[in-house]
Design a binder for this molecule. Sequence first.
Ligand SMILES: [Zn+2]
Length: 139
Amino acid sequence: MGVFSWNCEVCGQSIKSPFGERSCTPPQAVAWQNKLVAILPDGKVLRGYYDGYGRVNDGPGPWPLTHEGESVLDQKTGPWDYTQRKQHGDPAVWHLKCYEHAGEPTEYPGPSHPADDQGHFYTLEDEVEKAEEFWKANR
Ligand SMILES: [Zn+2]
């Protein structure tokens, strides 16, 4: 299965995968959208960098690590798949910046929407423009 993602609870843009066109880092203009906070249905809060495959890591990619030894789902069974979704439920996700802007909620609000762009197949200019518009309206 390829990369996948969810849309941020606050701004609605996707949590970005760590992969740029020619590198293992997201384009600089949207790199902040790779930093996320995820709240799992059981209330666990994870902060870190998104790996593009359902895991939160403690540094920008490429990573050998998961965030504090935890994945968004079950580390032992590897990346996300539908079986795990049924077992664990979908996480709620925020860009770190948006999470802080929202006052760092601690309650699980229900699952975030899957991202149509999979956190990867977006047009950089469009994403930058959407973000600029959002932050202009939500200072
Ligand atoms: Zn956001």
